[in-house]
Design a binder for this molecule. Structure first.
Ligand SMILES: NC(=O)c1ccc[n+]([C@@H]2O[C@H](COP(=O)([O-])OP(=O)(O)OC[C@H]3O[C@@H](n4cnc5c(N)ncnc54)[C@H](O)[C@@H]3O)[C@@H](O)[C@H]2O)c1
Length: 302
């Protein structure tokens, strides 16, 4: 289904990214596996894992090359696309996936924890999407055929705002906005852009309050296997989903849920310019009837 297409996957050496790389290769794409080989907190570098995924793909009869750059580095990100074009002649499917977490409550979070997580997710998506869209636009302007599929990785943290992840949930909310903008921008070139909000057992959640939920069951369906997410990536990347753009998909277990865009809710109107007193009269009485917001990450029941 993806024969002749070239996929670039950031953070493709582990967890979800590895599964996406294998799925796209199985569907016939040639793959650039980008991964800096960071530890769980984002520190360090190691080329071993990205090379190993490329070897897995080659063992299946596919084609893959590693790229070890930092997704949030402008020049590394550009070089990633240059690698795809040099090695395989094009770049068609771009999966923004790389990232790490450094969780802490707002009052405990360090500046470095905030900056590094915003950088890898939000700037990492920006650099990748910026170079991908510029490449596709240039190709289209030169009259060439353009096949472009952009898939971003957000998180349900952007919806539920867990109080222990202010850096991560802010970055993931920004990714949604940026991707929906890209979908509008690239529509005229026939290029799609969509967002995933996955859940999967990876090193990102092998410790902490949700670790027990993610564990592999002794028997039966493995609800949080990362392989459960990748078929949606394959479908969105394929010609079958040419009309699907500007959507947010929550994906885990055997469910795919399409998230709605933030909706306007109750509207109040004043015949004159608002005053504190008139706001209190209308909004005050409205909020008196509501429970105050207490819970952040209300994980929906499985
Ligand atoms: N696991 C989940 O339940 C879950 C839930 C929601 C969203 N996500 C998102 O899915 C994506 C993949 O996460 P995962 O759970 O597979 O984690 P993971 O740690 O298994 O994989 C992330 C990969 O990104 C790489 N990476 C980190 N910084 C990088 C950088 N600067 N440049 C290039 N590569 C870099 C790491 O080396 C690692 O191989 C992330 O964006 C994550 O936020 C995961």
């Amino acid at each position: 289904m993806l024969e002749g297409k070239v996929a670039v996957i950031t953070g493709g050496a582990a967890g979800l990214g590895r599964c996406h790389a294998l799925e796209l290769a199985r569907l016939g794409a040639r793959v650039v596996v980008n991964d800096i080989g960071a530890k769980a907190d984002g520190s360090g570098k190691d080329e071993t894992a990205a090379r190993a995924v490329c070897d897995e793909i080659k063992a299946m009869g596919g084609e893959a090359v590693p790229h070890f750059g930092d997704v949030a580095d402008w020049n590394d990100s550009k070089a990633m696309f240059e690698t795809a074009v040099r090695e395989f002649g094009d770049a068609n499917i771009v999966i923004c996936n790389a990232g790490f977490v450094r969780d802490a409550t707002l009052f405990n979070m360090t500046e470095a924890d905030f900056d590094s997580v915003i950088r890898v997710h939000l700037k990492g998506h920006f650099c990748t999407m910026r170079h991908a869209t510029a490449y596709w636009r240039e190709r289209a302007k030169a009259g060439g055929d353009v096949y472009g599929r952009l898939i971003s990785t957000s998180s349900e943290s952007a919806l539920y705002a867990p109080p222990g992840q202010p850096n991560y949930s802010a970055a993931k909310a920004g990714i949604v906005a940026m991707t929906l903008g890209a979908a509008q921008l690239m529509h005229k070139y026939g290029i799609t852009a969509n967002v995933l909000m996955p859940r999967a057992r990876t090193r990102m959640n092998d410790a902490g309050p949700l670790a027990a939920m993610f564990q592999k069951p002794e028997d039966g369906f493995d609800t949080f296997a990362p392989e459960n997410v990748s078929p949606l990536v394959g479908w969105l990347a394929s010609p079958l989903a040419a009309r699907v753009s500007g959507h947010v998909f929550v994906i885990w277990a055997k469910d795919v849920t399409i998230a709605s865009r933030p909706q306007l809710d109750v509207k109040f109107h004043s015949p004159e310019r608002w005053t504190v007193a008139s706001l209190q009269q209308q909004l005050g009485s409205h909020f008196e009837k509501l429970e105050p917001v207490k819970d952040g990450f209300a994980v929906p029941a499985m």
